[in-house]
Design a protein around this ligand. Structure first.
Ligand code: CA
Length: 132
């Protein structure tokens, strides 16, 4: 039924932990979003290019590359440059936060994630990216 909704927004969830990816997929689907899952940076870049999601939730620690590198590549490609990217990280470091925001992330969310707040914040992040 959610697939039939023409205005359903799609989130690309990039996370190499299966358990976390599954938990976030359920959370996002319950909130009414379509969810694409990727476990590596390469898969994330391919899916972003093919499916043009409304937002990318991006784990910063990936097996094949860094989240920061994925953001830079998304923002450098004209097709994907306007997609909102939200960094998810286990490192609560000011230098990392600044680097993510400088690379074009809409937000920097430190784990453990407050999922209720995350779901509340998603529409605003998407709107900001669409306006920019
Ligand atoms: Ca990770």
């Amino acid at each position: 039924m959610k697939d039939a909704d023409p205005v359903a927004r799609t989130v690309l969830l990039v996370e190499d932990s299966d358990a976390i990816r599954d938990a976030f997929t359920i959370l996002l689907e319950d909130a009414g979003y379509g969810v694409l899952g990727a476990a590596t940076g390469a898969e994330a870049l391919r899916l972003a290019e093919e499916r043009l999601p409304d937002l990318v939730l991006l784990d910063m620690g990936l097996p094949d590359t860094t989240g920061l590198e994925v953001v830079r590549q998304l923002k450098a490609a004209p097709r994907t440059a306007s997609i909102a990217v939200v960094a998810l990280t286990g490192r609560d470091e000011e230098a990392d936060r600044r680097a993510c925001l400088a690379a074009g992330c809409a937000a920097y969310v430190v784990k453990p994630v407050n999922t209720q707040k995350l779901v509340r914040d998603l529409p605003g992040w998407m709107a900001t990216a669409a306006a920019g």
